[in-house]
Ligand binder design. Structure first.
Ligand SMILES: Nc1ncnc2c1ncn2[C@@H]1O[C@H](COP(=O)(O)OP(=O)(O)OP(=O)(O)O)[C@@H](O)[C@H]1O
Ligand SMILES: [Mg+2]
Length: 138
């Protein structure tokens, strides 16, 4: 069945790893991180997700998606397309995220301020945001 999956979790929490294991064969993976230098990355991501949903594809958005506002834009896209939407939350301790990030090489390593900025915006995803389900991965 077609669906939209919204990943939620700090940098280093394991989202991309989880997507590769669970969804990469069945879902189109969209991430604005794939276009680090593009202007208006948020708008571009929304457009790509909308196009894929309209084409009948299942989609997973692999970003930190830490705030309700950021997730609301994606929930709206799913609702407009008439497609169910669920969240998958990598609920991993900050310390673990920082350790995994520190172990990354070169440009894969995210600056600490980036992790702290996501932490600052973070709120736990809830069904009241319009998700049909919120799956918590620990
Ligand atoms: N369950 C796990 N146990 C141990 N290490 C893990 C686990 N999941 C991921 N990792 C490792 O942690 C690091 C970060 O994982 P990953 O790239 O999947 O995180 P991410 O949430 O996608 O981060 P970002 O938001 O920066 O893209 C990688 O080196 C990965 O191999
Ligand atoms: Mg990732």
């Amino acid at each position: 069945m077609q669906e939209l999956v919204v990943m939620v979790g700090l940098q280093g929490s394991g989202k991309t790893t989880w997507v590769a294991e669970h969804l990469a064969r069945t879902h189109a993976v969209v991430s604005k991180d794939h276009w680090p230098h593009a202007r208006r990355r948020e708008a571009r991501q929304r457009r790509v997700v909308a196009e894929l949903l309209a084409a009948g594809r299942s989609v997973v958005v692999d970003n930190t998606n830490p705030s309700r506002d950021e997730r609301a834009a994606l929930v709206d896209l799913a609702r407009s397309a008439g497609v169910p939407v669920r969240a998958v939350w990598l609920d991993v301790p900050l310390e673990t995220c920082l350790q995994r990030n520190a172990a990354r090489e070169g440009r894969a390593r995210v600056p600490l301020v980036g992790v702290l900025a996501a932490l600052d915006r973070f709120s736990a995803p809830g069904a009241d945001e319009g998700f049909g389900a919120v799956e918590v991965v620990r």
